[in-house]
Design a protein around this ligand. Structure first.
Ligand SMILES: CC(C)(COP(=O)(O)OP(=O)(O)OC[C@H]1O[C@@H](n2cnc3c(N)ncnc32)[C@H](O)[C@@H]1OP(=O)(O)O)[C@@H](O)C(=O)NCCC(=O)NCCS
Length: 184
């Protein structure tokens, strides 16, 4: 299988693109974090800090065909004793939604997390209303482990979050099946 996306380290100038994504209302509605306003300077500082941060791995998602930067995927909240982390993702360029790029990028990030950082479990919280994200997690082998009722307040009401958990062996199985779809 040939991946159509690749991951690279974030570069300082990426903030000029990502600050627009941070302010996108539709994207903010889909993620668990609170709504906020982000200035260019704020985003520049965030990118700058993260290029030097060795505990949180922030990666740019780019298209192989033209190197276009389309989103971010992180490996964060790393617990080196229990070997757990979370892997949040967004495709900021909405023209690129629904093409399978998030699944590819998440697979690549998870492969790195398990095979290069020797992690054993990934846990992500997803808004119950974010169906594309739940499907994306399931495609990568995650299991629904529970519901955090009314755990997020935004847009004037409380929302449930689903706990999505992935063990290393579940990823290996999902990855093999994902790859085989493309090899046929
Ligand atoms: C969620 C998000 C990452 C999905 O990115 P994407 O590149 O469009 O996703 P993919 O094309 O790889 O599709 C992933 C799965 O979602 C499904 N999907 C995609 N768009 C969908 C939609 N609008 N409705 C229902 N399912 C959808 C796909 O069919 C696929 O499922 P499958 O593998 O079972 O076929 C993207 O919409 C995004 O960045 N949203 C804003 C941030 C966000 O929600 N991040 C996740 C927070 S937990």
């Amino acid at each position: 299988m040939k991946f159509r996306v690749y991951l690279r380290a974030l570069e300082i100038d990426d903030y000029q693109t990502s600050y627009m994504w941070r302010n996108d209302q539709e994207i903010q509605e889909m993620v668990g974090g609170s709504k906020f306003f982000v200035s260019r300077e704020n985003e520049r500082q965030w990118v700058l800090n993260n290029t030097k941060n060795t505990e949180r791995i922030v990666l740019a998602i780019c298209l192989v065909e033209n190197d276009k930067y389309i989103g971010n995927v992180n490996i964060q909240n790393i617990d080196w004793i229990n070997r757990t982390a979370s892997v949040p993702i967004f495709i900021g360029d909405k023209n690129e939604w629904g093409k399978g790029y998030a699944a590819e990028a998440r697979m690549l990030a998870l492969k790195f997390a398990f095979e290069e950082r020797n992690l054993n479990r990934i846990e992500d919280l997803v808004l119950e209303s974010n169906i594309p994200s739940i499907k994306l997690h399931e495609r990568c082998g995650y299991k629904r482990e529970g519901v955090l009722r009314n755990s997020i307040y935004k847009s004037g009401k409380y929302h449930n979050q689903i706990v999505m958990g992935l063990l290393r062996e579940e990823f290996e199985e999902a990855y093999a099946s994902y790859i085989s779809r493309f090899d046929k």
